[in-house]
Every structure is written in C-alpha cells, then in structure tokens.
Design a protein around this ligand. Structure first.
Ligand code: AMP
Length: 542
C-alpha cells in the first residue's frame, strides 16, 4: 500500500496521487501487441534473402524464448548484450528479448571501422553479441580483441538453436522503470564515441510521443516500412512505436536501395515510413526515371539531416506523400515533428511548404531553447540564430562511463552542438552543426541552406557545402555536386542565388562522382574537408 502522505526533505507534507504503482517497461509494449494485435503482420527479409512473414503474437512468443535463453546463458540485469544486425525479425526479437529481462540492448553500427566497433564493445563490456551473417567477417577480425564477450551468436541457424533450447518465459520480470534498457553510441567527430543509455521509462515515454498525433501519429491503421537502420537511434523508436500502436511492421533487411523500397511499399501496402533524406531523394529519382508510383504511401518522417524543400514539393505534388520533417539526435531520439497546426493548415501551400522545410516544431516532452555565446536566451523570432539546447525526461543527462563536462550547461540543459533559429510556434530551423557553419568575414553562412538550394537545381542529384580557408574572408563555401546530366556551374549558382543572400554564393563548384556519407547516412563533411584541403580557389572564386 502506498503512503498517501509523504514528508519531503524540506519538511513539507506531500499528498501523493493514489494511482497503481505500475512501472513503465518495454515488455509492456510487446505484451500489448501480442495480446491485442497478435494477428497483425510483421514481415521481414533476412540477409539470406528469405522473407519471413510472422505476426506480433509470434514476435512476442519468440522474444520470451530469447529472454529465457539469455537468462539460461547467465545474462543478468544491467549486463550489455550487443547486436550487429540489419532491420529484420531476429533483430526485432532482440529489441524485446534483451530489454525484457533487464539486460541492456546495445545496438552497434556495422558501418563503423573495426577499431571503433572494438572500442565500443569493450567500453560497453558486452557479454553476448548477436551478429548478422553479413558481419561474421567483422566478428572474426575483432573477436580476439573483445575479452568481455563470452559468446558471439550468428543471426541464423545458430540463433535458432540458441532460442529453441529454451522454454518461453511465462511472464517478464518486473523491473524498475529507471533500469537501463538500451545503449547506443553516438559517433563524435572528435574524441571517442559517447554511449547514450536510455531507461525503460524513457523509451516508453518517447515512444508515446512518437505515437502521438503531433509525433508521427503512429496508430493501428498503419503499415510501417522501417527505412531507418535499427542500429541508428533505436530505429527512431519505430520498432517500439509499432508495438505500442499495433501497426503492421515491415523490416526490409539490408536492402534500402530505391528499387527495393518502392517494391516493399507496393507489395506490402505501406502507409507510413521513416528515413534520412538521402533515402527519399534516391527513391524520388528512381520513381521519376521509371515512371513509377507509390499510391499507398501517405506520410513519411524525414530527419537525421536537413531535407530540402524540393523533396517535399515532389513527394507531395507528384506522389501525394506528406512529409513530416523531424529533428532529433541519439541523445533523445525525436525532438521535434512537422505536423501542421490548425493555423498552418489554413495557410496557402507556399507558406505551408516553407514550414515543412524547417526542422519541425518543439514536441511536448523535449524542451528546446537557444542561447548566444554569453549563454543568454535568444528570442524566438525565427531569425536570430543561437546554440540549440534541449532538456526533458528522455534527453540524456550524461554519457555512459564518460566525463563530458562540456556536454551540458551548468543548469542541466544538453548542448546539442546545432546552431538554429526558432519561431514563436516552436518551429526550428537548423542553420548548421556548430562545426560546419561557415564563418565568412565574421558572418555565418549556412551550409545546409546552400545545399538545399543547389539540390533544387534540375540535374543536381546531391550537394554538399564545406567551408575552406580563404585569404580575404577567413572561410568561403565550396559547393560539391553530384549530377545526373551535365550542368554548368553558373546554372547551379544562378539557381542558388534565388534562394540565399548574394554574399553566401559558393566561390567554386566542383563535380564529384559521389558524396561521402557517415554510417548513419549523413554527409561526411570531415572526409570532404580532407579531400578538398588543398583546393585552390579558381580565379573567379578567390
Ligand atoms: P545522430 O545522433 O547521429 O542522429 O545525429 C544528430 C544530429 O543530426 C543533430 O544534432 C543534427 O545536427 C542532425 N540532424 C538531425 N535531424 C536534422 C534535421 N532535420 N535537419 C538538420 N540536421 C538534423
């Protein structure tokens, strides 16, 4: 029985609410989906090319089997269990089986270098690591350097025998909702990767926010295609949200190429998806080249890096797909969302699109604010840039076994490292990563705005802008473009000029075969800066 009255340390008598003492646990999500949406499909393609069609009842049952097998193997509460996998059914079971018994799901990005993977496995002190067949070679190369790992289990017949040997748990253990549930490392461009630990409480709360109307409005009428890798910020909470909502879930395995995505959308009647802009840019180009269509798709969430307005225009005008532009980071998953307010709904399309090109609105649960270099709050006027700070019950308060004195302000806000503007309705516009912003003659140029403007030029498939040193201005922008037909640099610059102040115009345009991306699909500016470190400005550009 809970005490109705409780004396606080200050001596004040607090009257407690008289609700039941039920913890917010991830196991409640899979229990709910298994109980009420047991027959709803979960379709997944493994790296062996086999498509497995199951349902939430089966996922729930197999997760309990996995939980029992892990307990049998000696895994205890708080221990870390790694996964190096694609978006498939076994990885989904691991999401629930590992967390359900109180162990910590450590999702590992397979696109990292061997040294980085070794570093994070050792830092996390993983005990068991599940590996997709595609990454067995990675395991073979690094296993000897990972002394804490007692067992590597391949997501194939080996995994099946591991879980088959166990009887499914009759029920999940009752855990404290503050217990650690997931661990995901964010790849800092400087220093070592930092581990973000989310509790059960945090995951359930952020999943609720994702399902909310102004989040991604995930509900039981949806068929969701997960185009975000499950190793990137817990697949943006979508594997959890699909269970909370009881939605159909499709996990496309390793194939996130445009052709495969279009095929999945059409064969599985997909209504909602989520992924980084690069994926959707590729899909739109493919649809246009092949005269294809995606009639079932109603909405997508796009984030992880800035999405150009031209992408929203094409998706909505030509394919009837509403784009919710979201901003977030490993430290909190989703921090904003792009649903229109009642007022914006009644604006003309141009004004609406201008809002869509922003990075969404502050979502309840993650408070956002901007500060200047002195730490003073910057007005929410949609114009004045400042450093973006965040706080809330699912925002990381610190990192796993790492002192990072600079990561939070003295009064406890997370420093996101992004420079942004915000308006009175909470719409944010990401000007740049603080380290990518170009400082020309003391003024800031947004590389993101230049990239978005360049991508709007016909023939430009992808664009990246970096700042390079310049004798007169300190730094000036260099525009790197991938084109699918020959385009004159002057044509691109005239196009860009319509969208940005004249003094922002890149000094030079270079054409590249490919723009390098990080393991999570963002433009790898560090690599570009290295490649063009010796760039000599052309006569017109100097
Ligand atoms: P990660 O933790 O790997 O997801 O990276 C988070 C970072 O991605 C943020 O701090 C931003 O710099 C960037 N990001 C995420 N969403 C957006 C967006 N919609 N527009 C611009 N940058 C974004």
């Amino acid at each position: 029985m809970l005490l109705a009255k409780h004396t606080l340390e200050s001596g004040v008598l607090m009257l407690r609410g008289l609700n039941m003492d039920r913890q917010l646990l991830i196991s409640s999500l899979i229990d709910y989906a298994g109980r009420n949406h047991g027959a709803t499909s979960v379709v997944a393609k493994g790296s062996d090319g086999v498509v497995v069609t199951s349902d939430w009842a089966e996922v729930a049952q197999r997760a309990r089997r996995l939980g029992a097998a892990l307990l049998g193997a000696g895994v205890s509460e708080g221990q870390r269990v790694g996964t190096i996998g694609w978006n498939d059914h076994r990885h989904l079971e691991a999401y629930y089986g590992i967390t359900g018994i109180g162990a910590v799901l450590h999702t590992i990005n397979p696109r990292l270098h061997d040294e980085q993977i070794t570093y994070i496995i050792n830092h996390a002190a993983d005990t068991i690591v599940f590996v997709d067949r595609d990454f067995v070679e990675v395991k073979d190369r690094i296993a000897a350097d990972c002394p804490t790992v007692t067992q590597w289990i391949v997501f194939d017949a080996e995994y099946e025998s591991f879980i088959d040997a166990a009887e499914p748990l009759s029920e999940w253990p009752l855990l404290d909702e503050w217990s650690a549930a997931t661990l995901c490392y964010t790849s800092g461009t400087t220093g070592n990767p930092k581990g973000v630990v989310q509790s059960h409480r945090s995951i359930v709360l952020q999943t609720w926010a994702t399902c909310s109307g102004d989040g991604h409005n995930v509900n039981s009428s949806e068929a969701i295609l997960l185009a975000v890798p499950m190793f990137h910020v817990n697949g943006w909470a979508m594997p959890f949200a699909s269970a909370m909502a009881g939605a159909k879930l499709v996990l496309p395995g390793p194939e996130l190429d445009p052709e495969s995505l279009i095929e999945w959308i059409n064969t599985e009647d997909i209504t909602l998806s989520a992924g980084v802009p690069t994926i959707w840019l590729g899909m739109v180009q493919h649809l246009q080249k092949t005269d294809g269509d995606i009639p079932s798709l109603r909405r997508i969430a796009v984030g992880g890096s800035a999405a150009p307005r031209s992408l929203m225009d094409t998706l909505e005008d030509e394919y009837g797909v509403f784009v919710s532009h979201v901003w977030g980071m490993t430290e909190m998953t989703q921090g904003s969302a792009g649903r229109f307010t009642h007022r914006v709904e009644r604006m003309d399309r141009d004004q609406q699109r201008a809002r869509q090109a922003m990075a969404g609105r502050e979502l309840y649960g993650v408070e956002l604010r901007l500060i200047d270099e002195e730490g003073n709050e910057v007005p929410r006027d949609g114009e004045t840039p400042g450093e973006l700070l965040a706080r809330g019950p699912w925002v990381a308060g610190s990192y796993f076994e790492l002192e990072t004195p600079q990561s939070h302000t003295e009064d406890g806000w997370l420093r996101t490292g992004d420079v942004a503007t915000m308006d009175s309705e909470g719409y944010i516009t990401i000007v740049d990563r603080a380290k990518d912003v170009i400082k020309s003659g003391g003024e800031w140029i947004s590389s993101i705005d230049l990239e978005n403007a360049a991508v709007g030029c016909p023939g430009v498939v992808e664009a990246a802008v970096i700042g390079l040193t310049h004798d007169r201005w300190g730094e000036r922008p260099l525009l790197c473009c991938v084109v699918d037909v020959p385009v004159e640099p002057t044509t691109i610059l005239s196009h860009v000029e319509q969208e940005v102040p004249k003094w922002w115009l890149p000094n030079d345009v270079v054409f590249v075969d490919e723009i390098p991306h990080t393991g999570t699909g963002k433009i790898d500016k560090k690599q570009l800066r290295t490649s063009f470190a010796d760039h000599v400005w052309s006569e017109g550009g100097s």
